[in-house]
Each structure stands twice: as structure tokens, then as C-alpha cells.
Design a protein around this ligand. Structure first.
Ligand code: FA5
Length: 343
């Protein structure tokens, strides 16, 4: 029995002696590693406690405790010393590390849709068009009725949006988030007589949502009213404009189409070499009913109008496609800086 106690005491002494390793640990990590090894050795020794006769347990327990406390003190002492040494080294070193590279601020830039919008406006201004503004919330009358949409016409279903009703001096007025910028045709023509050539960019809203349709998107409306304006003028202006935006490689096709506020009407698609056709605008000769609604004489004046998707133009211009190479309008509105800073 005496042997077990003596063995255990010898083991405890060996652990205590190895405690000197703690004093020499060169870093906090090494200190913790050395401490863990000692703790393991100590617990292995403690397992033998069960073989110690009862009457000697107190004596051995005391010895164990002394070793434990000794190790703890050494560990804490070395930890503090290491922290002090690190702090002293920091304080006695250079005040400022001028060798660190600077952090350059990331400069902001214009959104690709805004850049394309500015480019489109520049081209139209160079052709003599002036720029007008229009509100995003407009009346049902300006968005549909005065443009010749019959009440509840199915065409309004394709342009479903948010409707708001309020009263103007007691009369109910239906207002809505405009579904297209053609509202500006009514506003500008009602304000002044022809001749006029106007473009107007802005946000529009629809119940649309897929790879090439966004519920909020941007259009650029344009219209020119004078005497003897013909479809040839419309085609000439738009073709010249599209070649300026996309370069001479762009293919342009006019397709007959229907809009209540033009007659005849067309849609225009463009295609870049190697890509699919993309519809970018609707256009046509302004319908006589629109002239009547704004107080112009349809016998005396004629004009053309067009409305183009600015976001679609940006998609074609910059080749905006998803990982599978398919056009994706959503990328323009997700605000992912990695995507936006690639322009
Ligand atoms: C119109 O909005 C007519 N106001 C255009 C017009 C003006 C015709 C003047 C005649 C005279 P449309 O719904 O086709 O037409 O939209 C015009 C263009 O906006 C489309 O060619 C397309 O480029 C773009 N567009 C339409 N819906 C979306 C959408 N949900 N997301 C992104 N772009 C769209």
C-alpha cells in the first residue's frame, strides 16, 4: 500500500517539476498547449486515487491540491507576463506603420440604366428634342382615357398597376402609378400648341415579372408634332437614333402592332450579332383622337410618338445576361455591387 502512495507522490512531483515549462512558454498558444499537457498528466495520476487507502487520502489530496494550485499560479503568471511583453513591444515600436497599404475609398458610379438614359437624352437633344418631366402618379384620364383606351378595354389589363382614388373638390378622381410615359404626351400637348418635339424619361409600373419584364422599369417617351409629319420621319429618326446608340452593326426591324393612341402602330426589335431579337419600343403616328383630346386640330397637324424601354436598351447595349447566358433584367435592380461595378 505504501508503494501506491509513494508512486503517486513521485508522479505528482514530476508534474510539478514540469511546471517550469509553463514559465518558459514563448507564446500564449504554446503556454496553453503546455498547460493542457500537464492537466492531462495530472488527471491520469488522479485516477490512481481510488487505490489509495482511506486513511491516507487526505494526505495525498493535499499534495494534489498543492500541485494544482502551483500549476495554476504559474499558468496565470506566464499569461500576464506574455500580455505585458506584447504591450511593451507595441509601445516601444514605431507609432504608426507607414508601410501598410492605404485603404482607397471605392468611388461610386452611375447605374447602367442612368448612364444609358443620359446617352439617349444626349442623342435626342442633338436632334432638336427638348426634355420634359412627368409625375409617376398620374390620372386614369392621362394614362388611358385621353390616349384613346375605351373604358375597360382589354388593353388596360396588360398594363395593370396600383390604383388610388381620391377626390378633387368633391369629385372622385382615379389616380394610379403610371404604366407608361405616354401620359407626358397628353400633359405636354395640353399645355402648348404645336410644333413640338419632346422626350421624357421616367419610371413606370406594371404587374409584370419575368426575365425581360420588371414590375418597375424605365421608359423614354418621345413625340414630334408639326404639319406634314409622316411615318417616314418616324422611321428615319428612330433608325438613326438606334444606330447611334448601338453602333452600325445593330439590326433593326419594325413590326406592325396595336396601341390605341397611334395609327398605324409598330414595335421595334433590335438584334446584336450573335444575340436574339429584343423588343425595345412601341411607336406610331399619333391617333387623331389624341389630338382631339388635347385640343389640336387633327386636320392640320400630324405627328409621331414612341416609347422605349430604357432598361431593355441597357440590357442589349451591355449584353446583360445571367450565368446561363440568358438576358436577365433582374440583375439591373438587385443592387449587387459586383455586378454594378463591372460597367
Ligand atoms: C408602351 O408602353 C407604349 N406607351 C409605347 C408607345 C409610345 C407606343 C408611343 C406608341 C407610341 P409597351 O407596353 O410595348 O408600349 O412598352 C414599351 C417598351 O417598354 C417595350 O418595348 C419594352 O422595351 C419596355 N417594357 C415594357 N414592359 C416592360 C417591363 N415590364 N419591364 C421592362 N421593360 C418593359
Amino acid at each position: 500500500m505504501a508503494d501506491i502512495v509513494e508512486d503517486l507522490k513521485a508522479e505528482l512531483e514530476a508534474v510539478a517539476a514540469r511546471g517550469a515549462e509553463l514559465d518558459e512558454a514563448p507564446s500564449e498558444q504554446k503556454l496553453r498547449e503546455a498547460n493542457a499537457a500537464l492537466q492531462r498528466q495530472l488527471s491520469a495520476a488522479l485516477k490512481k486515487m481510488r487505490d489509495v487507502p482511506k486513511e491516507r487520502r487526505a494526505e495525498v489530496g493535499k499534495a494534489v491540491n498543492a500541485v494544482k494550485v502551483g500549476l495554476e499560479e504559474r499558468f496565470e503568471g506566464r499569461l500576464e507576463a506574455l500580455a505585458r511583453e506584447a504591450r511593451e513591444a507595441e509601445l516601444s515600436g514605431p507609432m504608426l506603420d507607414v508601410s501598410l497599404p492605404g485603404r482607397a475609398p471605392t468611388p461610386g458610379r452611375l447605374h447602367p440604366v442612368t448612364r444609358v438614359k443620359h446617352e439617349l437624352l444626349d442623342i435626342f437633344q442633338s436632334l432638336g428634342f427638348e426634355v420634359a418631366d412627368g409625375p409617376e402618379v398620374d390620372t386614369h384620364a392621362n394614362c388611358f382615357d385621353k390616349l384613346g383606351f375605351p373604358p375597360d378595354h382589354p388593353a388596360t389589363d396588360m398594363q395593370d398597376t396600383f390604383f388610388l382614388t381620391h377626390t378633387d373638390e368633391g369629385d372622385p378622381v382615379t389616380t394610379l402609378l403610371r404604366t407608361h410615359t405616354s401620359t407626358v404626351q397628353i400633359r405636354e400637348m395640353s399645355r402648348r400648341p404645336p410644333p413640338l418635339a419632346v422626350v421624357s424619361p421616367g419610371a413606370v409600373f406594371r404587374r409584370d415579372d419575368d426575365a425581360t419584364h420588371s414590375p418597375m422599369f424605365h421608359q423614354l417617351e418621345g413625340f414630334l408634332v408639326d404639319e406634314h409629319v409622316s411615318f417616314a420621319h418616324l422611321k428615319g429618326v428612330l433608325t438613326l437614333f438606334l444606330e447611334r446608340v448601338f453602333g452600325p452593326d445593330i439590326e433593326v426591324r419594325f413590326r406592325p402592332s396595336y396601341f390605341p393612341f397611334v395609327e398605324p402602330g409598330a414595335e421595334v426589335d433590335v438584334r446584336r450579332p450573335g444575340q436574339d431579337w429584343m423588343e425595345i419600343l412601341g411607336c406610331g403616328m399619333i391617333h387623331p383622337v389624341v389630338f382631339e383630346h388635347v385640343g389640336y386640330d387633327p386636320e392640320k397637324v400630324s405627328g409621331f410618338a414612341f416609347g422605349m424601354g430604357i432598361d431593355r436598351m441597357a440590357m442589349v447595349k451591355y449584353g446583360v445576361v445571367d450565368r446561363e447566358g440568358k438576358p436577365s433584367i433582374k440583375l439591373l435592380f438587385e443592387n449587387d455591387v459586383r455586378f454594378l461595378s463591372s460597367f
